[in-house]
Ligand binder design. Structure first.
Ligand SMILES: Nc1ncnc2c1ncn2[C@@H]1O[C@H](COP(=O)(O)OP(=O)(O)OP(=O)(O)O)[C@@H](O)[C@H]1O
Length: 774
């Protein structure tokens, strides 16, 4: 319900309160219809103000009753005259009455609002102000010119004065004065009212009875008001109680809230402590679990131990029982032994006597033994001297035998010829063996016959077509010191070479060439594959030389060895063991006063064991590979020369030797048209240089073959022959391995190689001499 509705509701109840005092049916409707408006709202307003000001001081009785009474009195007394004016004046009077009423109603509404907003503002003051406004409004209504000066409101004022209630009028005037109405206006109003009062005195008398009724009603209203005031007082009392109750409730609530927050905090603290306790308990439980498991394990172990202990106890008991039995047995035996001891003691006494006599005999025997020992020592000494003498004689004989062996060995080598030629045909490779037509017709002589004669045969059959289209078959028969068929392995080849290579330890220069066209197996023969089985002549020769030199150590020989690996490419020497990726130094060939060849700035690596050789070969290989990437297929277009320099000394025999083993992998020997060099200037230069050095080699061998002492040998015609000058001289042993391809496509080159090898084979170089030996 809105505030306006609340204000209106009491007005509907008012007729019921007023009805008992209704004096007559003719006048009451007008009176009762008008006064309740200003009366009831004041009382209700007071009531409401009281109720809506919970903390404001309760209004004094004087103030309330004064306000209410003043309003009701003035209102009630005004209304009859006002009520009559409309009756007499008709419609405008109704408007005059209705204005104050509506003004009051409005003022009530405002007052209620102001009370609501002002809160505890003084009720009496508020009421007084409202009433003053009402009066002012009424006055203004009269004076304001909206109505004629003798208007309903002016009439109302004069009615109050004219009814003889001068006190009231004065009071009203005084009040008006006191509330800001100008005194002149009040006096003016008073005079106007007296004039109007005299004019209507007759009417006034006729209404006395009604006034009495009204006064009775006022009395009733007073009673009602008192009752209301009593009610208000009791309500105020109960309001105070309620306020007290509210305050205490609020206090209680605040306390309860405080309790609640502290309880919440306590609860949170309890929860966290509970959580901590739970955590602690869980940890404790986990620990206890672990302890429990540990204890269980301990218990298991203890049980196991207990059972073992029980087992031991049982065994001990058994042992004890056995030992008790044994003890009894032993006690019996002891008794028997004691009896025996007594007997033995008697016997010992007898034996002691015989020992004394034997000791005497022993002393005599010891003297005899000492004399015998001295004699034996003398004999041993003499025998040892004889043995040492014999050993020295034998060693001397052995050394003489070794010297003889060396001589014989070298005589055998000499008998075999100081230039020997072997031929080796490589097997067809995997990609070549598919077509039998691709293989050349090569036959090998009888092996047994070869062993008997020391000469092997190889027969190469070539077929050509004549101009008339006839097939011509040419059989080419070649004889060499040894021919290796394709199935011959590296080991087999080395067995034939090893004795020659061993000569270097005896002080002979040895030179082994691998000659043949590109791809005929020269590198395979000299260096071989990576595993021991495929190892070529260089690693096998080194291994063998180290093994033999170690064996000769017992006979007083001490050897020092060093390795050198050079490459001759386009007549220029490159050091394959130098530092850096490839050689940038210029090397020259020099000869010392002994005629030994040295190469300037060439690296010589001291070798103390054969394993170092593989590292050395690997180093040379990688440097050759770098050079090969710089220049296509360079390896087959260059000569490689591995030199093992050996220096030996035998302090026992006072012998010394110095020699070198040269293992040469020659460049591919193919002819110019085969090499395809015509199209390429570099290749042409390579081929010219290779051919130059190979023919220089052939010329040197040929010149040596003429055997003229002091005859000219053209060593200087190529770098290769100059480099190998010492090894090719008459004091060296030379072996040429002629490597051959099995393919028919290479038949022409194979025949060329075989003819060159034959030329070398028929050369007889003069007497072989030890190099640098004393
Ligand atoms: N006796 C052999 N047994 C097995 N394989 C061989 C044998 N001889 C040569 N070969 C193989 O034949 C191929 C050519 O051999 P190699 O490289 O030794 O020829 P080369 O004459 O040294 O050629 P280049 O002059 O180009 O160096 C290589 O693959 C090598 O492994």
């Amino acid at each position: 319900m809105s505030e306006d509705q609340e204000n209106v509701a009491p007005m509907s109840r008012l007729p019921r309160l007023a009805s008992p005092a209704k004096p007559s049916s003719s006048s009451i409707p007008t009176l009762t219809a008008i006064p309740p408006g200003p009366l009831l709202p004041s009382s209700i307003a007071n009531k409401r103000k009281t109720a809506s000001s919970p903390i404001g001081p309760p209004p004094t009785k004087r103030s309330v009753s004064g306000g209410a009474l003043g309003v009701s009195t003035s209102g009630v007394k005004k209304q009859p005259s006002t009520g009559f004016i409309p009756t007499a004046a008709g419609k405008p009077a109704v408007g005059g009455v209705s204005r104050p009423g509506s003004s009051l109603a409005a003022s009530t509404t405002r007052r209620t609002a102001s009370t609501d907003s002002a809160g505890s503002a003084s009720s009496s003051t508020s009421i007084g102000t409202a009433r003053n406004r009402s009066a002012t409004t009424a006055g203004a209504g009269g004076v304001g010119g909206r109505r004629p000066p003798v208007s309903a409101s002016a009439g109302a004022s004069s009615t109050r004065v004219g009814s003889g209630l001068s006190r009231n009028t004065m009071t009203s005037g005084a009040r008006a004065t006191s509330r800001g109405v100008s005194p002149g206006l009040a006096a003016n109003n008073g005079r106007t009212a007296i004039g109007a009062g005299m004019a209507s005195a007759a009417q006034f008398k006729s209404h006395d009875g009604r006034i009495e009724n009204v006064e009775k009603m006022v009395g009733g209203f007073k009673e009602l008001l008192e009752r209301e005031q009593a009610k208000i007082s009791s309500l105020q009392m109960s309001q105070v109680d309620l306020q007290t109750l509210l305050q205490s409730t609020q206090n209680t609530e605040r306390e309860a809230r405080r309790d609640l927050s502290s309880a919440s905090e306590e609860l949170a603290a309890l929860r966290s402590s509970h959580a901590r306790e739970v955590d602690d308990l869980e940890r404790t439980i986990a620990r206890k679990d672990r302890e429990k498991r540990g204890l269980e394990e301990e218990l298991r172990d203890s049980r196991d131990e207990l059972s073992r202990e029980r087992e031991t106890v049982r065994e001990l008991k058994q042992t004890l029982a056995q030992q008790s039995t044994q003890h009894l047995t032993l006690s019996a035996q002891l008794a028997a032994s004691q009896t025996q001891l007594t007997m033995l003691q008697a016997e010992v006494e007898r034996a002691t006597l015989s020992v004394s006599s034997m000791k005497a005999e022993l002393h005599m025997a010891q003297d005899r033994a000492k004399a015998a020992e001295d004699r034996a020592e003398e004999i041993i000494k003499r025998a040892k001297m004889d043995a040492d003498q014999r050993i020295a004689e034998i060693e001397e004989e052995l050394r003489a035998a070794e010297t003889i062996r060396r001589k014989l060995h070298n005589q055998v080598q000499e008998l075999k010829g100081n230039i020997r030629v072997f031929a080796r045909v490589r097997p067809a490779l995997a990609h070549e063996s598919g077509d039998p037509e691709a293989l050349a017709d090569i036959a090998y002589g009888d092996e047994r016959l070869a062993q008997e004669t020391g000469q092997s045969q190889i027969v190469v059959t070539s077929r050509t077509e004549s101009a008339t289209g006839q097939q011509r078959e040419q059989i080419n028969n070649f004889t060499f010191d040894k021919i290796f068929a394709p199935n011959a392995g590296q080991k087999e080849v080395f067995e034939e070479i090893s004795m020659l290579a061993q000569s270097v330890l005896d002080g002979y220069n040895v030179c082994i060439f691998a000659y043949g066209q590109t791809g005929s197996g020269k590198s395979w023969t000299m260096e071989g594959g990576q595993n021991d089985q495929d190892a070529g002549m260089i690693p096998r020769a080194i291994e063998m030389i180290f093994a033999v030199s170690n064996g000769l150590r017992d006979r007083g020989w001490k050897y020092q060895m060093e390795g050198q690996f050079l490459e001759v490419y386009n007549e220029v020497i490159n050091d394959l063991l130098g530092n850096g990726q490839f050689d940038t130094k210029k090397h020259e060939i020099k000869f010392d006063k002994d005629g030994k060849v040295t190469v300037t700035d060439a690296v010589s690596i001291p070798l103390s064991n054969p394993r170092q050789v593989s590292t050395l070969l690997e180093r040379a290989r990688s440097r050759r590979a770098v050079a090969a990437t710089l220049m296509n297929e360079r390896s087959s277009r260059s000569h490689s020369v591995f030199t093992l320099k050996v220096r030996g000394e035998n302090p026992l025999t006072n012998e010394r030797c110095e020699a070198s083993l040269n293992l040469v992998d020659l460049a591919g020997s193919e002819r110019l048209e085969k090499s395809g060099a015509g199209e390429n200037k570099d290749r042409l230069k390579e081929t010219i240089n290779i051919n130059k050095s190979l023919s220089a080699l052939a010329d040197v061998i040929g010149a040596l073959g003429q055997g003229r002492e002091g005859g000219h040998v053209p060593y200087r015609n190529s770098t290769l022959t100059r480099l190998l000058q010492t090894s090719l001289s008459g004091s060296s042993k030379t072996l040429m391995m002629c490597n051959l391809s099995p393919l028919s496509a290479h038949l022409g080159e194979t025949l060329c190689s075989l003819r060159f090898a034959t030329k070398v084979n028929t050369t007889q170089v003069g007497q072989v001499k030890k190099a640098g030996s004393k």
